[in-house]
Write a protein of this length. Structure first.
Length: 147
């Protein structure tokens, strides 16, 4: 049985579009996979505000899950030092393996969830890597859709 998981980024979008996509997808819970959830990139994406908006607008819960986020060092090397995506990807996949994140969760916990990060597209974003990694560990149980 497939667990339906979505992912979304909040940059380069309006609050109306962001919450509209989450509501239309029927998301039950947003898993915030950012290391720091108090970003100034979008006012509506700060943790306390986001939890309120998700509940009020979408009827969805909110959980910050830094275990599924890269370390400060990995992010700095990629973002601030304009590092190579392949290096970031290998470092982050290695980190998830080291953390054994697949042992901290069950696939069923992801059903109806949406992984949140800042990147507008999933191509070069760790939320996609999280889904791909867990799907590999869990035998393809996650049906993944990027909003």
């Amino acid at each position: 049985m497939s667990m339906d998981v979505t992912t979304i980024g909040f940059t380069k979008t309006s609050a109306e579009d962001f919450f509209g996509r989450i509501r239309a997808a029927g998301v039950k819970r947003v898993l915030d996979v950012r290391l720091h959830n108090t970003s100034q990139l979008a006012g509506f994406a700060k943790s306390e505000d986001l939890a309120f908006f998700l509940k009020t607008i979408c009827g969805a819960g909110y959980v910050h899950e830094p275990l599924l986020a890269p370390t400060e060092e990995i992010m700095t090397a990629f973002k601030k030092e304009k590092g190579d995506w392949n290096v970031f990807q290998n470092d982050f996949l290695g980190l998830m393996a080291e953390r054994k994140v697949e042992d901290h969760f069950k696939a069923e916990e992801f059903d109806g969830s949406c992984l949140l990060c800042s990147e507008d597209k999933p191509h070069h974003c760790h939320r996609r890597l999280v889904c791909d990694y867990l799907n590999g560990k869990w035998g393809g149980k996650l049906g993944i859709r990027h909003l």
